[in-house]
Write a protein that binds this ligand. Sequence first.
Ligand code: GLY
Length: 355
Amino acid sequence: MKTIPSTSYSIHFNETCYKELNAYLETSHFSKIFILVDTNTHTHCLPKFLSNIDIDMTLEIIEMEAGEIHKTLDTCTQIWHSLSDLDGDRKSLIINLGGGVVTDLGGFVASTFKRGIRFINVPTSLLSMVDASVGGKTGVDLGTIKNQIGVINFSDMVLVDVSFLETLPAEEMRSGLAEMLKHGLIKDSDYWNRLCDLKALNISDLEGLIHESIIIKNEVVKRDPNEQGERKQLNFGHTLGHAIESYCLDNDNLQTLLHGEAIAAGMIMEGYLSMKTCGLSEEELTQIKNTFKTIYGTVDLTKNDKSSIIELLKYDKKNSHGQIKYALLESIGICKVDVIVEDQLIDEAFSYYAS
Ligand code: GLY
């Protein structure tokens, strides 16, 4: 698969990843190279990654706990201490080997350690390949409120080796698929239709689709890296989806949702808002609802859950002047940003989702 050039860096695929990485490490003269892994990628991905690295330098491994609940400033503090104890300096490099939590958090740790050191993202989950590792968003959650702290800072390269997906659990594959479906919904109806036709999530069928998804996202980021306008489209389904995800993270009675599961619910609800405010047809809305419900089922939410989730909408990063602003669909493939919606419609969107 062809390398995709981005703003200041490139996204390489499969065997090209290691050729590019080894050449880069050879010529860059880093003082130290750290590899950030979590407990899962330490076991399942690090051995393969190391077997492809050809450099005469000690690589220091730093491990964090796996899972969204560890995407915190406390984890960053532990890693900053490790970097410091292991003599990290401004000429050090961090390679983030993991899913979205590792690439988001590792990018933030690198961007702030000694006012910023270089980093490379090696996404190992489908979600991180098609979304989190691309586009320079780094950061952590504040309590359970998603991605409240962070900076936009681009990695030196992104290396997508799809063979890492071989050990990824099925629910994590489905979670990543939600972001791919979102790319179709906001930008490309043909791509959406082809994803809807997928019979199974096997790597050989997905490979080309992953490449296409990254191209869709990358084009948006290149035009609007700092999210002043068009990039807000990438948040379709995320205003309600993030609130649902945060609420479930914070509630022991509810099952913790993976990011893709939460935004799938968010995309059905925001699909409804799109129909009510932006002209999305009922036929397309039904297709969206049926597609997501078939893959992700329905999260049971009570009236109390709904009120608490609506409360959390005030933390959405697209809000300004106290107003909640949505990215909504005019049709499949066309998205509009900064849409303000009446409160009554949010209630209706929850009922539509439950129906
Ligand atoms: N995940 C949305 C963005 O990168 O803008």
